[in-house]
Design a protein around this ligand. Structure first.
Ligand code: COA
Length: 343
């Protein structure tokens, strides 16, 4: 029986841990299946983002399968490390360094390895029913799938040690507060919210998304100087690509000729269109897909004093305008240093 479900739709893959009668506990076969599926999706250019969730209403995953790894522990240190610990560490390492945005959609209990997967995932949303715990100490060992290393880096040593040493669960709201997850959403909206987040990321250049993921993840575990070198390298990897040119060009052409047919001027106040520099996150803009708060179209002036549609005199924008204008001016000045034929 398959214990991992896979569905790909509109460039977004959803992987579902499917052992609901065992609270989606990860046995070796499920870990291996998950690794193989992640490999395949990573290599598939049609897939722009991956969502990982659990089957049923109760659990994301209640951790490694205790009944199974008990056998490896019985077989001695070598087998326990090879079959159990290294297998699990390989999985969380893969998730941590995944080349595409991977979102853990935590739909319930995330204990043990379920929590460690959440720690390793670049992004995580949780349903209001989710609970997170590190119960390994009750079983007589420290968290083995990266949990003693990633959690302190993520939420701080003292908070991590409280979870690791007490084994007491925390709820989704607490998980947001300590930075273990990005956001808590209503249980029934979990997957749609995860898709929305995946969509918002997937509209950017896949190469730029991968460079951001690599830069942040690789940089986290090294000194700031090494991290800056990694960042520079990731930037350098984008310089020869059409993606950077198209991105910069889109920005500049919008600003230069906002009334031109190519200009993607949005008639809404959204977070992604040109006029919406500091728009409000809310629903989805039907034009560019960004988060927006709909407002009537009204002619206005942009930061250069040119007329265009879509701007509104929102107070937050008025407040931020000098800062935004300064940022734009600096950006435009930087771009002007690149010869036009190379832009
Ligand atoms: N490994 C193997 N089986 C597990 C499991 C795990 N980590 N977690 C739950 N299950 C199984 C149970 O054995 C039970 O199976 P059964 O019905 O065949 O007996 C089923 O899932 C339901 O679990 P149950 O314990 O009856 O549910 P509950 O609501 O009473 O308790 C938990 C839920 C999560 C508190 C409890 O299952 C638990 O403590 N699980 C272990 C968590 C853990 O220590 N994870 C870290 C492992 S390193």
């Amino acid at each position: 029986m398959t214990t991992l479900l896979e569905e790909v739709k509109d460039g977004i893959a959803v992987l579902t841990l499917h052992r609901p009668d065992k609270l989606n506990a990860l046995d070796y076969a499920l870990v291996d299946a998950l690794e193989a599926a992640l490999d395949e999706l990573e290599a598939d250019p049609g897939v722009r983002a991956v969502i990982l969730t659990g089957s049923g209403d109760r659990a994301f995953s209640a951790g490694a399968d205790i009944a199974e790894f008990a056998g490896s522990v019985e077989a001695g240190v070598e087998r326990a490390l090879r079959d159990f610990v290294r297998r699990g560490q390989r999985l969380t390492r893969h998730i941590e360094g995944y080349a595409k945005p991977l979102i853990a959609a935590v739909n319930g209990i995330a204990f043990g390895a379920g929590c460690e997967i959440t720690e390793a995932a670049p992004l995580a949303l949780a349903s209001d029913r989710a609970r997170f715990a590190k119960p390994e100490i009750r079983l007589g060992f420290p968290p083995p799938f990266g949990g003693t290393q990633r959690l302190p880096r993520l939420i701080g040593r003292k908070r991590a040690l409280q979870m690791i040493l007490t084994a007491e669960p925390i709820d989704a709201k607490q998980a947001v507060d300590i930075g273990l997850i990005n956001r808590v959403v209503e249980h029934t909206a979990l997957l749609s919210e995860a898709r929305l987040l995946a969509d918002r990321i997937a509209r950017h250049s896949p190469a730029a998304v991968a460079a951001c993921l690599r830069s942040v993840t690789r940089g986290l575990n090294v000194s700031i100087d090494e991290g800056l070198a990694i960042e520079a390298m990731q930037f350098a990897s984008m310089v020869p690509t059409p993606d950077i040119r198209q991105g910069i060009e889109a920005f500049l052409s919008r600003r230069k000729s906002p009334e031109s047919p190519e200009a993607r001027i949005c008639s809404y106040e959204c977070t992604f269109c040109a006029p919406c520099v500091d728009g409000v996150l809310g629903n989805v803009c039907p034009n560019c897909g960004g988060g927006f708060a709909p407002r009537p179209i009204r002619p206005s002036k942009n930061w250069r004093g040119e007329n265009f549609l879509g701007k509104h005199p929102a107070s937050s924008k008025v407040k931020h305008r000098p800062v935004v204008a300064a940022a734009h001016a600096a950006f435009a000045a930087a771009i002007r240093t690149i010869p036009p034929e190379k832009r």
